[in-house]
Ligand binder design. Structure first.
Ligand SMILES: NC(=O)c1ccc[n+]([C@@H]2O[C@H](COP(=O)([O-])OP(=O)(O)OC[C@H]3O[C@@H](n4cnc5c(N)ncnc54)[C@H](O)[C@@H]3O)[C@@H](O)[C@H]2O)c1
Length: 458
């Protein structure tokens, strides 16, 4: 069911889907669980039955070399490839893209990095990743394709016995979130959403402060993807070929995970707390229309487009423990970049962009302090170990730390830093915000993708 269809759900449809979910309960006993009914669970906040055990905390099998395939060798695929090659102990066994030249560029990066072998290449159309996933020399398939391809690639990888890693957001519908969860549990393969912002220097510094109780008991976080993408969205290459289209049929918080992932780590989401429900509202759409007016000739086919997504979406998430998260999305306005990245507790707060901190009883009343004096005590162990190497990489070093952690966890047989439940819950504000906006900012429930496993503090 598309997000649009979901707006028109009648109460009778809803009851029907609840009944279907009930039927699934019976089947689950025999290992034949029907797919979760996305709408009913989103509405009711129930958890779906599972035929298999949780994937939380499940370690990888240890291995010396991590064999990786990449589907989508565009801008992000190639930049992650460079980070992975820099980590070492990886072998890139296969590459796939619908544009052969993009794969050739990725191969050239491998040669430059001293990887003097030829990966298998798949460039035979939009579903050629299915042949790639059937190979027997791959441990994990990473996809950096346009959003709508993330779920098909991850499902094909897991069904063929590979772990899956995807760019953000993992999924665009609640139904797809459940497909990832169900398939990961059934195949016993991880599905990881590679949220690089969780590994930023400031984010991990603040996470360490949170863990050591500097902010006291937490009550509120702020998250955003506020990034002026107007010119990129209108390019006739790379993301311009697909990302503007996401603004044509959905009005909501389209790209929630960069801001939300780190806040979920601070708040221990799925490790003692869980997203409960959200409300959402959007401003009018003005930004893309204005940019087109100012920059695109009137005879261009892009003048046929009608942009639906409001420029600034503001959402509020309530957690089961009663804490709140402000979540913004704004890619259509002239403004400086910000993921907000704030966290507030009973003893003080941190806010980013620019980074500043206030802890009661330290420094002057009512005055922000810089975070510099906190760095020696709270710098995260991963940055202490890898910071120098990381800073030569993308996005201020977070991309390298993420690649290094993935390879380390897989080589050493550790549990990954995040799992399929995080992928589903951090992506869910996309479709849930669309639903809330369409219903006059009505509250919409998060499904419990963990099926009750979120409670223990890990
Ligand atoms: N984590 C980050 O910081 C970050 C940064 C940029 C982009 N991204 C994400 O990475 C993904 C890719 O973005 P990008 O900037 O690289 O876009 P891009 O357009 O440069 O790359 C996408 C690539 O996928 C290829 N492709 C499209 N359909 C395919 C299919 N069915 N099979 C194989 N290849 C296919 C395209 O030809 C293109 O080369 C998106 O999900 C985006 O949100 C994440």
């Amino acid at each position: 069911m598309s997000d649009d269809d979901s707006h028109n759900l009648s109460r009778r449809d809803l009851l029907k889907s609840v009944a279907a979910a009930g039927a699934g309960l019976g089947l689950a006993q025999f290992g034949l669980a029907a797919p979760a009914s996305a709408e009913s669970f989103a509405e009711e906040g129930n958890s779906a039955p599972s035929a298999a055990a949780t994937m939380m905390g499940v370690p990888f099998q240890p291995r010396d070399i991590v064999r990786i395939a990449i589907v989508g060798t565009g801008l992000r695929g190639r930049s992650t490839l460079t980070e992975l090659l820099g980590v070492g102990n990886v072998r890139i066994t296969a590459l796939c893209d619908i544009v052969p030249d993009k794969v050739e560029r990725a191969k050239a990066l491998m040669k430059t990095a001293g990887h003097d072998y030829d990966p298998a290449v798949y460039t035979n159309g939009e579903r050629d990743f299915e042949r790639l996933c059937a190979r027997d020399d791959i441990d994990i398939v990473y996809t950096a394709t346009p959003w709508r391809w993330h779920v098909p690639v991850c499902l094909a990888a897991m069904k063929n016995g590979k772990h899956a890693a995807t760019e953000v957001p993992a999924a665009r519908t609640i139904e797809d979130c459940w497909s990832l969860v169900d398939t990961s549990e059934k195949t016993r393969r991880h599905c990881l959403m590679m949220e690089n912002c969780c590994y930023g220097y400031n984010e991990l510094l603040v996470l360490q402060m949170v863990k050591e109780g500097l902010f006291g008991e937490l009550k509120h976080g702020g998250a955003a993807y506020n990034h002026d993408l107007r010119s990129i969205l209108f390019e006739t290459r790379d993301e311009g070929l697909w990302r503007r289209a996401e603004h044509l049929d959905r009005n909501g918080n389209l790209y929630p995970t960069h801001g939300l992932g780190p806040i979920a780590w601070y708040l221990g989401i799925h490790r003692g707390d869980r997203f409960d429900y959200m409300v959402s509202m959007s401003t009018p759409e003005l930004g893309l229309s204005k940019w087109r007016e100012d920059n695109i000739p009137k005879n261009d086919p892009r003048w046929k487009e009608r942009y639906l997504c409001g420029d600034l979406n503001s959402s509020l998430i309530k957690t089961v423990k009663g804490r709140t998260i402000r979540l913004e999305h704004n890619v259509s306005s002239p403004r400086p970049y910000s993921r907000i990245n704030s966290i507030e507790g009973t003893k003080g707060l941190f806010e980013d962009y620019p980074p500043r901190i206030y802890i009661e009883g330290t420094g002057a009343d009512d005055q922000w302090a810089t975070i510099d004096e906190y760095k020696p005590q709270f710098e995260h162990a991963w940055w202490k170990e890898q910071g120098e190497r990381a800073r030569t990489g993308g996005h201020g070093g977070m991309d390298f730390v993420m690649a290094w952690r993935l390879v380390t966890c897989m080589r050493e047989g550790l549990a990954p830093d995040f799992d399929v439940y995080d992928a589903a819950a951090w992506s869910a504000p996309g479709p849930l915000s669309v639903r809330s906006v369409a219903r006059g900012s009505a509250p919409v429930k998060f499904p419990d993708f963990t099926r009750g496993e979120w409670r223990p503090v890990r």
